[in-house]
Design a protein around this ligand. Structure first.
Ligand code: NAD
Ligand code: UDP
Length: 338
């Protein structure tokens, strides 16, 4: 079975390629490398001992997509291609709406033309906005996103629901990721952010290697036990395997399905920091700063639906995530540019 993985050279995409190859799927990666390096794919091959096809290209390029589908018969498309920096999306909304939404529409159109009807979409916990009740589940209210990035996810979800209504032949899995962190246990692939990391875990590991002086914790006056925000961190390898579970489900023709992918456990910023300190064997310097605009106090998920319907259960905990992300960072101080 041949799977098209758009954005497959990126953080979650590269880990998903490992899981797909290890589970016997053929993989074609299509990525414009705007936020990734081809080296990640060389390392995917090294980890798995298996080959994959890489095509450099943009999901905005309709002609190139047509050529790709003309050359390969895909059984499913997993769409990771997208821009994901929350702050940047506030400054460049048109770029975000165009890249993420037009990119997804282009893919769906070419899939229709070439009669490929299985689609997996990378959505996000951000679609729940600031939830009234936690843990959330797949039926919790969505909306109230606080930035254009989050709104692209919300809009694409709606487009997929409308498409499925009009064209029930499509099988669509909307996967709402909670907070992926960690790296492959080999330390060969991991997250390689450009510039100053926006996210907590890569920021912490850059402090650990001395690239940044200290972590700023964005607020310790939230209504949580230690005053810092709570999230549902999930090991990227667990998340990657979740795509294999969703793919197997799509092969049963389920129509449109939605799954939250998390661990079901909420961890505070201090919990994450302490897990990294455990992996490091030393304290990590931090200061308490102001709250970050748009942050919500608490979000984590119920895991029953993913467990019952696709047999997905995360196996790694926060200490495993910290250990593996530190291992990756220590071995690749400049990411893939070593
Ligand atoms: P990433 O930036 O590492 O990967 C995205 C990949 O898409 C990159 O390799 C990039 O080069 C590629 N890409 C971007 N625009 C493209 C285009 N127009 N054409 C072709 N390729 C393009 O990000 P990631 O963390 O691996 O995230 C993957 C997906 O999961 C994204 O859609 C993201 O929004 C979503 N997601 C990520 C998180 C997270 O915390 N990392 C959480 C929820 C959802
Ligand atoms: N955070 C922080 N300092 C940082 C980066 C993040 O205190 O340098 C906090 C942030 O306020 C949030 C949590 O860490 O409570 C996770 O943030 P991240 O950006 O990784 O993910 P988000 O949940 O916002 O998608």
């Amino acid at each position: 079975m041949k799977i098209l993985v758009t954005g497959g050279a990126g953080y979650i995409g590269s880990h998903t390629c490992v899981e797909l190859l290890n589970n016997g799927f053929e993989v074609v990666v299509y990525d414009n490398l705007s936020n990734s390096k081809e080296e990640a794919l060389t390392r995917v091959k090294k980890i798995t001992g298996k080959d994959l096809i890489f095509v450099k290209g943009d999901v905005l390029d309709v002609k190139a997509l047509d050529k790709l589908f003309n050359e390969h018969k895909f059984d499913c498309v997993i769409n990771f291609a997208g821009l994901k920096a929350v702050g940047e999306s506030v400054k460049k909304p048109l770029e975000y709406y165009h890249n993420n939404i037009t990119g997804a529409i282009n893919l769906l159109e070419v899939m229709k033309k070439y009669e490929c009807y299985n689609f997996i979409f990378s959505s996000s916990a951000t679609v729940y906005g600031d939830p009234e009740v936690v843990p959330v589940d797949e039926n919790s209210k969505i909306g109230g996103t606080t930035n254009p990035y989050g709104t692209t996810k919300l809009f694409i979800e709606q487009i997929l629901k409308d498409l499925h209504y009009a064209e029930p032949k499509f099988n669509i899995a909307i996967l709402r990721y909670f907070n992926p962190i960690g790296a492959h246990p080999t330390g060969l692939i991991g997250e390689d952010p450009n510039g100053i990391p926006n996210n907590l875990a890569p920021y912490i590991t850059q402090v650990m290697i001395g690239k940044r002086e200290k972590l700023t914790i964005f607020g310790n006056d939230y209504e949580t036990p230690d005053g810092t925000c709570i999230r549902d961190y999930i090991h990227v390898c667990d998340l990657a395997y979740g795509h294999v579970c969703a793919l197997r489900k799509l092969l049963e023709n389920p129509g449109l399905v939605i799954y939250n992918l998390g661990t079901g456990t909420g961890s505070s910023v201090f919990d994450v920091l302490h897990a990294f300190e455990k992996a490091y064997g030393k304290e990590i310097p931090y200061v308490i700063g102001n709250r970050r605009a748009g942050d919500i106090a608490v979000n984590f998920t119920k895991v029953d639906k993913a467990l019952n319907e696709i047999n997905f259960k995360a196996k790694y905990d926060i200490n495993d995530m910290a250990r593996d992300q530190w291992n990756w960072q220590a071995k690749n101080q400049n990411g893939y540019e070593n």
